[in-house]
Ligand binder design. Structure first.
Ligand code: ADP
Ligand code: ADP
Ligand code: MG
Length: 496
């Protein structure tokens, strides 16, 4: 079936992002919005727009039945859920299908399995996917859990089965802390996710977060679109992502791609999905979870593969077979994304709302901005404080980083605090530039006074060259990929 009209059950940058592809495909679009988003860009961009209700998500963007009723009334063929909100709600996906429409995403059954981290681990275990040591079942008996925790070895992580968005995790350093932390974890999980079940994982102290984008059609064909590195995180949530990863070898990429496809097969997955792994210092990788939706950071994959992931999702939803094969895909160039959040990096990245008094986007070669706001607009307090995403693309990692610094300098935002200055700090940091970092980057290197430091280009080159020198002095570890070394010598040559 060909989709002629689609409703986007979301808001902000991702709603606009989906509308754009639909337009290109000749599909009519319906936006939904809350009273706080009346003037939003996604409302203006769509062919039709319907107000769902007051600002709070529970009275607007989470009203599954109302959204389906609107779609039915407007004779919509398909609903795209974006990310967040109803995107990983199996009951919603099922209701959309029962109302005779296409849910642009995987089957309700796949969402059910992968939406529960314990069920996901069990499914992946059947395919011999390497996994972080932990419990196979949700914990019910605290004595047994404690015994298991000391077998695994501290520090351990108590995780909510239904957790997401970096929420519902507690690190336990010592046995004495186990019981109180466990009680807190259960009650938090109950109130945040309506499901108190938790499980234990070994807590890796300096991992990298590396994930694989996959696509599957409804005929059992699968491909992977390589990796994204998402190790720069605050509160276990990503702020900066890139593709490819600076440390992945071609061999490792293939192994991870194959593992990701096995995870997808384990739940008969179709549509676009992401299999997340953590990687230790030996470059060994372990399955974390699968996200059954379009990911915030999907643009970096689009830039290096030349594919439009939303277009592929729509094709798959229409019941078409994958339009390309694994052999047709190649990583070309390097892409980086920084998330521009209305948050104050000098105050623990707490959400900072307000009005965009000035808002001027960067332009020029290799720059993409996916956002949902314009000058003069308020950032509502009711939702995720993401203003938009800034993505740069270039031939090499170093060039993409330098282009990002240029684009951040061009991006003018006043009226609200944002993560832009912090992201510039990361782009300038020798450890990031050399590709030597993990999920602890912010804790290890960042403090608010760094936001004052603004390097001149020549100083930056000096710093980078110094970093490369130090790096070359220390014997490179096994598995560190060639591109890093060659990018390094480029910098040296430029100083000659
Ligand atoms: P990504 O994995 O795409 O990087 P994030 O972790 O940044 O996604 O989450 C994307 C959005 O989805 C955020 O608004 C986040 O709060 C929301 N989200 C993700 N998982 C859940 C969940 N289980 N419950 C509630 N919100 C979630
Ligand atoms: P969410 O559903 O909230 O995205 P994830 O399981 O994907 O939860 O974990 C989010 C982040 O938390 C990871 O990217 C990583 O930084 C950290 N994390 C998760 N599990 C572990 C672990 N076992 N050891 C160390 N860090 C972890
Ligand atoms: Mg995750």
């Amino acid at each position: 079936m060909n989709i002629k009209k689609i409703l986007i059950a979301n808001r902000g940058e991702i709603s606009l992002r989906i509308i754009r592809t639909a337009r290109e495909m000749g599909i009519k679009t319906v936006a939904v919005y809350s009273e706080a988003d009346r003037a939003a860009l996604h409302v203006r961009a769509a062919d039709e727009a319907v107000c769902l209700g007051p600002a709070p998500s529970l009275q607007s963007y989470l009203l599954a039945d109302k959204i389906i009723a609107v779609a039915t009334q407007l004779r919509v063929d398909a609903i795209h859920p974006g990310y967040g909100f109803l995107s990983e709600n199996a009951a919603f996906a099922r209701k959309v299908q029962e109302a005779g429409m296409i849910f642009v995403g995987p089957s309700p059954e796949s969402i059910e399995i992968m939406g529960n981290k314990v069920a996901a681990r069990q499914a992946a275990a059947r395919y011999q996917i390497p996994m972080v040591p932990g419990t196979e079942e949700a914990i019910t008996d605290i004595k047994l859990a404690k015994k298991k925790a000391s077998e695994i070895g501290y520090p351990i992580l108590i995780k909510a089965s239904a957790g997401g968005g970096g929420k519902g995790m507690r690190i336990v350093e010592r046995e004495e802390e186990f019981e109180p932390q466990m009680q807190r974890a259960v009650s938090e999980a109950e109130s945040a996710f309506g499901d108190g079940s938790v499980f234990i994982e070994k807590y890796l102290t300096s991992p990298r977060h590396i994930e694989i984008q996959i696509l599957g059609d409804q005929f059992g064909n699968y491909i992977h679109l390589f990796e994204r590195e998402c190790s720069i995180q605050r509160r276990h949530q990503k702020v900066i992502e890139e593709a490819p990863s600076a440390i992945i070898t071609e061999e490792k990429r293939q192994a991870m791609g194959e593992a990701a496809i096995k995870v997808a097969k384990a739940c008969n997955y179709y549509s676009a999905g992401t299999v997340e792994f953590i990687m230790d210092e030996h470059l060994d990788f372990y399955f974390l979870e699968m996200n059954t939706r379009l990911q915030v950071e999907h643009p970096v994959t689009e830039m290096v593969t030349g594919k439009d992931l939303v277009r592929e999702q729509i094709h798959i939803g229409e019941g078409k077979p994958l339009s390309f094969a694994q052999e047709d895909l190649k990583v070309k160039g390097h892409a980086i994304e920084v998330r521009v959040y209305a948050e104050d990096p000098s105050n623990n990245f707490l959400p900072a709302t307000g009005r965009l008094n000035t808002y001027r986007r960067p332009q020029g070669p290799g720059v993409r901005v996916d956002d949902g706001f314009e000058e003069g607009m308020e950032i509502p307090i009711h939702y995720d404080p993401l203003i938009g995403k800034l993505i740069t693309y270039h031939e090499t990692r170093q060039e993409a980083i330098n282009r990002m610094i240029r684009a951040i300098d061009e991006f003018q935002i006043t009226g609200v605090e944002t993560t832009l200055g912090f992201c510039k700090f990361v782009m300038q940091h020798p450890a990031f530039r050399e590709g030597r970092f993990d999920t602890k980057f912010i804790g290890r290197y960042f403090s608010p006074e760094h936001l004052e430091t603004q390097f001149k280009p020549e100083e930056l080159e000096m710093l980078a060259a110094m970093g490369v020198y130090l790096y070359e002095q220390s014997k490179p570890r096994k598995g560190v990929s060639e591109p890093m070394a060659s990018a390094g010598s480029n910098w040296k040559n430029r100083l000659k």
